[in-house]
Design a protein around this ligand. Structure first.
Ligand SMILES: [Zn+2]
Length: 115
């Protein structure tokens, strides 16, 4: 069997498995090396994109990468506080909560500027 990404032969692993790895988000099956170097990073990237708030996305689109990173850090801190209080259950909650958290942070910062 050939790797669908690099087209080299997929090696038999230590367990005798010769069907390689699921290459999602790419098609077909891939070798161990492509799985590590290409597939897993692509999945992490997809996950990051899925969980980025619209506010962060907008900042990135506007070329404000530093501001976006700052905002992600604030969001993560807030997120981890809420997770500790047991408010996070699964990925879809995380995506929904990301928007809630974003709105909360923006509202808080607007209040601070008004004071
Ligand atoms: Zn490969």
């Amino acid at each position: 069997m050939k790797c669908s990404i690099c087209e080299h032969d997929i090696d038999v692993d230590v367990y005798g498995w010769d069907q390689g790895h699921n290459a999602d988000p790419f098609d077909g099956r891939c070798c161990a090396s492509c799985n590590e170097v290409v597939v897993i990073p692509a999945r992490l990237h997809r996950l990051t994109e899925m969980t980025a708030s619209n506010h962060t996305r907008k900042l990135l689109e506007d070329g404000k990468a530093d501001e976006a990173m700052e905002f992600v850090k604030k969001g993560n801190a807030e997120f981890s506080d809420r997770a500790k209080r047991g408010e996070v259950i699964n990925l879809s909650d995380m995506i929904g909560m990301n928007e809630t958290i974003t709105q909360d942070i923006i509202r808080r910062e607007q209040n601070e500027t008004q004071d």
